[in-house]
Design a protein. Sequence first.
Length: 227
Amino acid sequence: MPSGARGAARRRGPRPRHSRQDVVRAAVALADAEGLDAVTIRAAAGRLGTGVMSLYSYVPDKQTLVYDMVEEVSSGISLPEPGADWRADLHLLAGEQRALLRRHPWLIEAASHLQPLGPGTLAVLEFALGALEPTGLPASARLETFALVKGSSSPWSGPKSPPPPLPPRPPPRWRDCRTCWPPGSTPGSPPPWPKAAPPPPTRPAQARPAQTRPPSSTGSWTGSWTA
């Protein structure tokens, strides 16, 4: 056997038990059942029945795993070639997006502008841009329109259920302090002002010297005491 062939044989190790797609699909199943917070490398390894450290050879971290999950479920959207009616095409796209979000509600939380473009997400984007091409809009406006269509399907993606009942309204504040009102007053009227305090007693007048003119020969004023 040639040396190169022997080297290739030595480099060939055991066949991996799982593929990267197996790991991603296991994480998607976890998110569908328990939500995106339940997705961890350890939980995906437990679902596959393998060791935790072995999964790091497929995905380096959870964020990369979430990116792959979005790409995996986006590949499930089946879209035809854009037709002549761009409104009908966008209506079809919105319906597919809504159905996708109903199957995978965690996509709303996992959506990110940092999402790498894979075959699945790129196919959806190309369909939207191609459908809007007859409008004559620039590429930036078509991207904004696609974002609006995609975002408008999110609020109605979940199952329809009646809204929770509103909490009971508290009674008006005047009912809580009915005992605080003085007799004769009503809750709708302001409370009576307190009576003014009596004025302080006046101090008795004191005797002051009365001054008379002309001044004395010493240059000072002369005065006499008067009561």
